[in-house]
Design a protein around this ligand. Structure first.
Ligand code: ADP
Ligand code: MG
Ligand code: MG
Length: 869
């Protein structure tokens, strides 16, 4: 039978899984010789046994912990249940992963009427003894007997009022005794200390299943199966008198990361009083003034612990009659800014290595440097929650259309654009908005992709919000009505919508952040590129460290105001000649766009994807717009309506798009290629070094590639026939249909690079339309039918398997062929780990994700090097 009970001198900090984080660290501190009140730990596997047996303690457990308890009694020189010389315990939860305040703790366990009287006599401090006793009954009733805690507080208040004793400190031993008498009429309370202990152990195990613990695990991805350990520890008393007290401290400032010892202390108080907030704690300096020796010991202890753990520590300690005791140490929670500063400082102090520093910073931490963030402390009532589509925080006046957004923003007000969904025609409104909120759409919907690209905060798929454009209202499921012009705040990192202007932290880089990024660059293998179309986005991407463009979606260029009519006229053309005349005009625009991009990305590869979306996406659909267009391009409205109708598709996502457009309209492709290559020529002539990579989308077989390569060659030859210049271009294919991945070796034979488009690949592997997934993915997540939204975090099992086969077969056919990923997954840290493991050459993501991806790519490599799965 496995050992279920460990004394504090039988474990170490490496036993987190077995003993829980709190227990493992209590053991470590005991071994370090720090003053830790002695005790024992019941292991986490025992918790699982308890649940498996239908919430019953294993029969031999009590026998085993009684042996340990004897040894604790010897160590402490007092006895549990002995009125002459009583020993009391705290019974504390502690899971392998820190869940601060989520589970239960019971203090002062082992008291009854006799023992309380004994404690009063032995300590010669009846007031203290009866204060402990009443606290114990309250806690035990609350946690173990699940009684309503309010009634106890109510009795105390009533008593204080009746006897005109407003403060706890006004209460005498007799007062507390009277209160205890009343308490005992409220609950049926076990007098036998060993029964109390057994019930407390059970209650701590059960507290693993409280709703708040469950929600915390859900939010922090902590497995349900872990369970908690139970720490049974001898009590020390901060409420013993004026030379006693309790405190908490951080070895560095958890909000700024500043290297300063930092904490709070309350005299004559138990630890629970510090957290409860009923009395305002004093800064640690007060301890320095009144008990200098204790302060010194605390100071030395924190320095020792930080050095020992090589990380910022969060400490809990108690002082009893001028003696110092350590009750807890753990790695302290910290803000994004603090985490980066501490990591960099610790490397400079020689405490940790660069790769360790990289592992200390999470992707969420990095976001604080890139976007304003809603201050978690200031967060108020959340009126609706959707998908966290684009991180950051934003506040503004609600507008319901792109035109309105532009109008209100022009008047100097900040706006939040609220739409059922967005389309490329909303871009002008999205550009001026602080934040975007949509009722429909998933994590890869238009709104989500565009917002991430612009670095604008967005929440999509907020289905609990019903938008009424006509009335200018959005109504939450609780009936809260948000009207046009109301100020709301979005937390795009969490997906929460709040009313009013909630304070936010400013985004700004720091020297430490830049240092950390430079280490990331040193330690990663994967290259990081950006998905960008405009010179502004490309410049931003380069500034944030992008090493090229992995995806330039050429269609975005055609949505711009001056070109959209030309594009429409081209699509609506009824003869090849007519079409060609519009293509010639579009070529000029496309040439200029590409030239601007090549200049910004001087010396770095720019992957240009040929036209991809279904053509009807460019066309107007409502009558007024069609009439207006008819006037502008000189075509009859009826004719336009006919063509629009012809182009309509039942299932556009699987329809006439991608390279299928090149097959039917080779002249469009030829125009695009001419524009790309002539722009490259112009860039070279202007002294730049363009590296164009032409990418064919949505390929399913090798014959498509061959046919389209011929068209591409034709375009290139046409340009280079005139200019005697060599342009270092490459031709490649997207890998985004399951069929392409299944025939990757043959495709590899025809191209120089391949890039996974995991949005479409996920869509087609699952058969989940990404524009409609917002309607059911939340349910899939809630019912645990999928582990994560497959459009956010790459599905490694199936989509990943297709990718792995494709890479292996392609490389077998053409060793070293360049491989990338340019779907939205390119910026997701877990997916980046997978891409690293797969041996891809680069990931490409939206510009504001680039720093996150640089760090994630470094972490991916460090993890593998240290065997840290
Ligand atoms: P949490 O995990 O919620 O922090 P803890 O187990 O740390 O819960 O207990 C909460 C508080 O109870 C501690 O901060 C400390 O002040 C007090 N406490 C716990 N054990 C003891 C003890 N043996 N003696 C005195 N106070 C204790
Ligand atoms: Mg604690
Ligand atoms: Mg695609």
């Amino acid at each position: 039978m496995a050992k279920r009970v460990y004394l504090f001198n039988e474990g170490s900090k490496d036993d987190r899984d077995l003993l829980g984080g709190k227990g493992a660290n209590l053991c470590e501190m005991t071994t370090l010789g720090l003053p830790v009140p002695f005790g024992f730990i019941i292991t986490t596997p025992t918790c699982r046994e308890f649940f498996e047996a239908g919430n019953k303690l294993p029969p031999l457990l009590e026998q085993e912990y009684r042996v340990a308890l004897d040894l604790v009694e010897k160590n402490m020189g007092a006895r549990f249940g002995d009125p002459e010389n009583p020993l009391l315990f705290s019974v504390r939860s502690g899971a392998p992963v820190s869940m601060p305040g989520m589970m239960d703790t019971i203090l002062n366990l082992g008291l009854n009427d006799d023992i309380a009287a004994g404690l009063a006599k032995k300590t010669d401090n009846p007031r203290f003894a009866y204060d402990c006793y009443r606290r114990f009954i309250q806690m035990f009733a609350n946690v173990v007997l699940e009684a309503d805690g309010e009634q106890f507080e109510h009795e105390i208040e009533k008593y204080k009022e009746q006897h005109n004793k407003p403060l706890d400190t006004d209460m005498s031993a007799e007062d507390w005794q009277a209160i205890i008498k009343t308490f005992k009429t409220l609950v049926n309370f076990p007098e036998d200390p060993f029964v109390q202990l057994k019930m407390a152990v059970e209650a701590v195990f059960l507290s693993w299943h409280t709703p708040r613990a469950y929600v915390y695990r859900e939010m922090n991805n902590i497995p349900e199966t872990l369970g908690t350990a139970v720490n049974v520890q001898a009590m020390v008393y901060g409420n013993f008198g004026d030379t006693s007290g309790s405190g908490v401290a951080f070895t560095r400032n958890p909000s700024t990361g500043e290297h300063e010892f930092f904490g709070e202390f309350l005299f004559n108080a138990a630890g629970e009083d510090v957290v409860a907030g009923t009395r305002t704690p004093l800064p640690l300096e007060s301890l320095k003034d009144k008990l200098p020796a204790v302060y010194d010991e605390l100071y030395n202890t924190q320095a020792l612990l930080e050095k020992h753990y090589r990380d910022m520590q969060d400490l809990e300690f108690t002082v009893q009659e001028g003696r110092f005791y350590m009750l807890q140490t753990r790695s302290g929670k910290r803000t994004g800014r603090a985490s980066v500063k501490i990591a960099v400082d610790m490397v400079n102090e020689g405490l940790i290595s660069e790769s360790e520093a990289l592992m200390r910073v999470s992707p969420e931490h990095v976001e604080a440097f890139l976007h304003p963030m809603v201050d978690p402390q200031a967060k108020t009532d959340i009126v609706a929650t959707g998908l966290p589509a684009s991180p950051g925080g934003a506040t503004g006046k609600v507008v319901f259309s792109a035109d309105e957004a532009v109008q209100v923003a022009a008047g100097g007000d900040k706006v939040v654009l609220v739409r059922r969904e967005t389309t490329p025609e909303d871009i002008h409104g999205m550009k001026v908005a602080e934040g975007i909120l949509t009722e429909l759409g998933g994590m890869t919907s238009h709104a989500a992709v565009v917002a991430r690209g612009m670095g604008v905060c967005a929440i999509t798929g907020c289905g609990s919000l019903k938008i009424n454009y006509a009335e200018g209202t959005a109504t939450t499921s609780d009936g809260v009505v948000i009207k046009r012009g109301d100020v709301i705040t979005l937390d795009g990192t969490a997906g929460d919508v709040m009313l009013g202007d909630i304070p936010k932290t400013e985004a700004s880089s720091s020297d430490d952040f830049q240092v950390l990024l430079s280490w990331a660059d040193k330690h990663r293998r994967l290259k990081v590129r950006a998905n960008a179309e405009t010179p502004e986005d490309a410049a931003k991407a380069r500034e944030l460290g992008a090493e090229g463009i992995g995806l330039c979606r050429t269609e975005h260029m055609f949505f711009e105001a001056e070109r959209i009519d030309l594009m429409r006229a081209m699509i609506l053309s009824e003869s090849k000649d007519e079409r060609q005349s519009y293509l010639d005009q579009l070529l000029t625009f496309q040439h200029d766009d590409m030239l601007a991009l090549f200049k910004v990305m001087d010396g770095l590869p720019v992957t240009v994807r040929l036209l991809d979306p279904p053509l009807h996406e460019f066309l107007p659909h409502d009558d007024a717009e069609i009439e207006a267009l008819a006037g502008r391009i000189g075509k009859s409205a009826d004719k336009i309506r006919d063509i629009v109708k012809d182009l309509a598709e039942v299932n556009p996502m699987l329809g006439f798009r991608g390279c299928r457009l090149s097959v039917v309209y080779p002249e469009i492709t030829e125009m695009q290629v001419k524009a790309i290559i002539s722009a490259a020529v112009a860039a070279i002539e202007a002294g730049h070094k363009p590296l164009p990579e032409i990418m064919i989308p949505l390929v399913v077989n090798v014959r498509e590639i061959r046919l389209i390569s011929e068209i591409i060659d034709r375009g290139i030859r046409a340009v280079l026939a005139e200019k005697k210049i060599s342009v270092p271009y490459k031709i490649g294919t997207m890998m985004e249909t399951p069929r392409a991945t299944l025939g990757a070796d043959r495709l590899a034979g025809e191209v120089e690079f391949m890039s996974f488009g995991t949005n479409d690949l996920t869509q087609m592997t699952y058969g989940f339309s990404r524009d409609d997934a917002g309607k059911f993915i939340p349910q899939y997540l809630e019912k645990k039918l999928v582990e994560a939204d497959p459009f956010v975090s790459l599905d490694q099992r199936a989509v990943g398997r297709l990718m792995e086969m494709a890479v292996n077969e392609s490389r077998a056919r053409k060793p070293g062929i360049k491989y990338g990923i340019c779907g939205e997954h390119g910026g997701d840290p877990r997916s980046i780990q997978f891409c690293h493991d797969l041996g891809l050459d680069y990931v490409s993501c939206s510009p504001f994700r680039v720093p996150v991806a640089r760090i994630a790519a470094a972490q991916a490599k460090v993890k593998r090097e240290t065997g840290n799965a």
